[in-house]
Design a protein around this ligand. Sequence first.
Ligand code: NAD
Length: 293
Amino acid sequence: MTILDGKLLSENIKSELAAEVDQIRSRGGKIPHLAAVLIGENPASQVYVQSKIRSCEQVGFKSTLIQKDADTSEAELLEIVHQLNEDPDVDGFIVQLPLPKHIDEERITLAIDHRKDVDGFHPVNFGRMAQGLPAYLPATPFGIVEILRRYNIETAGKHCVVVGRSNIVGTPISILLSRKGYPGDCTVTLTHSRTRDLPGEVRRADIVVAAIGIPEFIKGDWVKEGAVVIDVGINRVPDATKKSGSRLAGDVAFDEVAPRSSHITPVPGGVGLMTVAALMVNTLKACKKEIYP
Ligand code: NAD
């Protein structure tokens, strides 16, 4: 069994990006600039945004963090989005989700200029991705595809079962893996909370992608011997043996599933770090106007 090391891969990607930023700097070109907007005090969101800002520093990007109270109005946030859309120095930006209940996430996503939508959440980017046109790929599915590519995992003709159909993970990864080319050409089954006999569906998978949000939901005897397992879940669970009283767990029961799988991503140290690296790749593409010349 091989651990798919998201930490190592994300460090490799960041080194590649840093080398390119050095070249850009030496020829006097524009340094990529990512802005992040964080509304409220959600502790997980704070950790994610900090890790994005830190990654910008590591690769030599410019970054701007805009932090506002949880009682920020939708109109105020829309004004921030408009300013970032108009700011010629900002190549790409993200509005960290989830947003407080009184703000309509869809309205905010739609207000972001799709040419700066480095999270790949805007329907223009989603639609272009679905049609195989150049687009910012949503960061988590992009990170998963890079794991498969960088470990040379064969995908053509494989049966991939995706568990969870969210707009940011399950649905887009099912589209990417069914597209023509590598990594892709899979036969994909997209499963969800209304699927009948989920264990039976997962058992038929050569590649399992778990994006559910329930800790250790996928059990050992659900997984075929030799399957490739990608665990997207990031769940905090109580753990009295830890000083903090808790630990992170994936959506896969790692101890049971790992011995049966050929390759598996750990949590932490798997998909999460690749998501941040993918965001950095999208920001460089934005700066180079690679997707939207
Ligand atoms: P979501 O809540 O938007 O979607 C969950 C999906 O799981 C839904 O489509 C639902 O149908 C399905 N589901 C729920 N209960 C089910 C059940 N009993 N059986 C089958 N399917 C069921 O979640 P999301 O945003 O896709 O996130 C999923 C997990 O991935 C979470 O743990 C989240 O924290 C994590 N996540 C990690 C990253 C990363 O960078 N690694 C990025 C995004 C999300």
